[in-house]
Design a protein around this ligand. Structure first.
Ligand code: AMP
Length: 113
């Protein structure tokens, strides 16, 4: 847990967020600047800087299951949705605490920008 990390502070409750779901390993909340009608972020409770730093398969599995759960809660299961982990500079990562974007509610395009 790092006071300098905005997502650690969301986990710790010192920065507000709209929480949607959680499990033992992670929490899910709404993105402040949604890029789709439904745009959630799924993050680990402990500080992991990015997917490149991840080492715990149980933790990653739990985060993926939480992403699927929030997609279900958002009613996106049938129509589909996208899960993205921007990683590092070329990946476009701006917050350096691992997070899965869960995007849906509209048709996604490929390739991404
Ligand atoms: P990335 O660019 O992949 O690192 O994604 C970071 C995401 O965090 C962006 O989509 C931001 O809109 C989102 N974000 C940044 N600060 C907050 C916050 N305080 N609450 C919710 N979402 C945030």
């Amino acid at each position: 847990m790092s006071d300098a990390c905005i997502f650690c502070r969301i986990v710790g409750g010192t920065i507000p967020a709209t929480l949607v779901a959680s499990n033992a390993y992670g929490v899910a909340f709404r993105d402040l600047f949604p890029q789709a009608p439904s745009h959630l972020l799924v993050i680990p409770r402990r500080h992991v800087a990015s997917l490149a730093e991840a080492t715990d398969g149980a933790e990653l599995g739990a985060l993926m299951l939480l992403a699927a759960e929030v997609a279900r809660l958002e009613g996106m299961e049938d129509a589909g949705y996208r899960v993205v982990a921007n990683t590092g500079k070329d990946g476009g990562q701006t917050v350096h605490h691992l997070h899965l974007h869960v995007l849906g509610g509209r048709t996604m395009h490929w390739p991404p920008g």
